[in-house]
Ligand binder design. Structure first.
Ligand code: NOJ
Length: 600
């Protein structure tokens, strides 16, 4: 147990309820003016994340590394890259995050290391056939495992690279500088257990298991998701459960639903797995203005054990991957979302959310509504909450990894360094220029995307049904409208989304909730009670509703709120002065009235 574990609730299923924010420490905030974000900077910005409503942070790799793959090329599993600070800064970061009730998910890059890792250097020098040489996968010929595909197809021609020092080929599923560890070697497994121990002891709450399908290789297979991999994962999970409390494993397995679910095992492998196939289908649904791609893929997704949960995302630090769509769908996606071939990379599109959606605020909103209401834990990619732009002219996937935009100052308030020193240039595309798209501007404008995101996240957190509930799709005649029910015990949420660029009317069969009344979650406004006959809703273009369905007798007499309360600044100010005094005395009615006054 971490010493500071007391800050977090004792909730083994916490990963079902959290809102995850994905960030790279080097991209967030630079505290020492060297042009690179660091842990001290990140700590300074935790209040921002807390105000946004974030309850878990997923940190991209921060370990010592030559940074040829943004840190996924690890040279030492037991340290912090000096650019980002010291181990003590990382510990302080964990403490500060936990103090705010936020969980920390880090990267466990277990499939491969950097070629600079001492294990690889050692393996090169070791005797052929020895345990040390066999830390990695060697072969005299590149003809082995021919059925394994090349993943980074724009950069690599083969999964084998010739090493002149050992006079043998080594195996790598990604870049040539990232040799794959050999999981058939028990020593490798033991070392990785030590890595896990080290970070969990320090207080890390969960691991994203990077590239987990590729741990083992077997002739005559595609070397993905092999039974050996699942056996290893079960051991890993058993070890975790025996030694630690309330920790989580998240599988990065870019696979079809029926293969992805195998990473949950019988609830004895990973707690979570990304739903890769859903993501491109959200983009397809909104382009084709048809709910089919979403419902179809979720219906193809087998049920998962009760203790498991999907992780959903719209964008992340990689290209928008099109590995999990048909060839026809791929062509379509490229045609509509990446007209400029430069925006394409490997099997995907290297763009951020706002530019993909043509900077259409309403599209951005309904994509986020989908993210926050479908049955999985939502992950927000840093910067997408303010609609940051991208620059696909930067190499590799760097165009979606540029510095966070805080304000209009030099370097967007990210760093006080000479602009030429920044780890990547800022976004200066006129449409997304950091002088316009930044946190400070959006803080000041309560109609901004940032404020909208805050409100949606706050509302989602009021209802357990979003994280824990069942999902039932409705099938109204109008295919441009997606409607579904999320239900957890007595809590019933109705979600309706218009995927079309034009207004739509939709009739929903809600007869089984006859006698219930829809209450708009955002305003508290009540809609007419549900009867046995179809219920007619009308929606504007790219519009949405979140209703809570309440039994009529449960709904208190309607008190109209004149406008939705906006709270500028810090929520904590609400509980200062008079309000704090009243709260202390337990005078709830007076407290409520006082808060109302403050809101006005
Ligand atoms: C998956 C990561 O998301 C990606 O960024 C990385 O390049 C590969 N794994 C290889 O480590």
């Amino acid at each position: 147990m971490p010493l500071d574990g007391v800050w977090l609730s004792d909730e083994p299923l916490w990963y079902k309820d959290v809102i995850i924010y994905e960030l790279h420490v080097r991209a967030f905030y630079d505290s020492n003016a060297d042009g690179i974000g660091d842990f001290e900077g990140l700590i300074e910005k935790l209040d921002y994340l807390e105000n946004l409503g974030i309850t878990a942070i997923w940190l991209l790799p921060f370990y010592p590394s030559p940074l040829k793959d943004d840190g996924y090329d690890i040279a030492n599993y037991f340290g912090i890259h000096p650019d980002y600070g010291l181990l003590r800064d990382f510990k302080e970061f964990i403490r500060e995050a936990h103090r705010r009730g936020m969980r920390i998910i880090t990267e466990l890059v277990l499939n491969h290391t950097s070629e600079r890792h001492p294990w690889f250097q050692m393996a090169r020098k070791a005797k052929p056939g020895s345990a040390l040489r066999n830390f990695y996968v060697w072969s005299d010929t590149p003809e082995k495992y021919k059925e394994a595909r090349v993943i980074f197809k724009d950069f690599e021609l083969s999964n084998w690279t010739w090493d002149p020092e050992t006079k043998a080929y080594y195996w790598h599923r990604f870049f040539t500088h990232q040799p794959d560890l050999n999981y058939d070697n028990p020593l490798v497994q033991k070392k990785i257990m030590r890595v896990i121990n080290y970070w969990l002891d320090m207080g890390v709450d969960g691991f994203r298991l990077d590239a987990v399908p590729y741990l083992f290789e077997r002739e005559g297979t595609n070397c993905e998701s092999l039974p050996e991999t699942h056996r290893f994962l079960k051991e890993l999970r058993a070890y975790l459960d025996r030694n630690f409390k309330n920790r989580m494993l998240l599988a990065e397995a870019n696979q079809w639903p029926e293969d992805a679910v195998t990473y949950f095992g019988n609830g004895d492998e990973c707690h979570m797995a990304f739903h890769f196939p859903l993501m491109p289908r959200l983009f397809m649904a909104i382009w084709t203005e048809d709910r089919f791609p979403i419902i179809d893929i979720l219906e193809q997704t087998p049920p998962i054990p009760d203790t498991c949960h999907w992780a959903f995302f719209l964008r992340n630090h990689d290209e928008l991957t099109l590995e999990m769509v048909s060839d026809e769908e791929k062509d379509y996606m490229y045609r509509v979302y990446a007209k400029d071939p430069v925006a394409r990379i490997n099997l995907g599109i290297r763009r951020r959310l706002a530019p993909l959606l043509g900077n259409n605020r309403r599209k951005v909103e309904i994509m986020n509504i989908l993210l926050f209401s479908l049955p999985g834990t939502p992950i927000v990619y840093y910067g997408d909450e303010i609609g940051m732009g991208d620059n696909y002219h930067l190499g590799d996937r760097n165009g979606v990894r540029t510095p966070m935009q805080w304000n209009v100052d030099r370097n967007a308030g990210f760093s006080r360094a000479n602009p030429q020193k920044l780890y990547l240039p800022l976004i200066i595309d006129p449409e997304y220029h950091y002088e316009a798209v930044n946190v400070e501007n959006q803080e000041k404008n309560q109609a901004s995307l940032l404020w909208w995101m805050r409100r949606v996240i706050a509302m989602r957190k009021r209802f357990k049904a979003f994280g824990r509930g069942t999902t039932e799709f409705l099938f109204p005649d109008n295919p441009k409208v997606l409607a579904f029910i999320r239900q957890y015990h007595n809590e019933v949420i109705l979600v309706i989304i218009n995927l079309s660029r034009f207004s739509q009317a939709v009739e929903l069969d809600l007869s089984k909730f006859s006698g219930f009344q829809p209450e708009d979650i955002f305003s508290g406004n009540k809609f007419p009670p549900i009867k046995d006959t179809p219920y007619l809703f009308t929606l504007g273009h790219y519009d949405y509703f979140w209703f809570v369905l309440k039994k009529e007798e449960e709904t208190a007499p309607f008190r109209k709120i004149r406008h939705i309360p906006h709270i500028s600044g810090n929520w904590k100010t609400l509980f200062m002065g008079k309000t704090k005094e009243l709260a202390g005395k337990g005078n709830l009615t007076a407290l409520y009235e006082n808060v109302q006054i403050l809101w006005r």
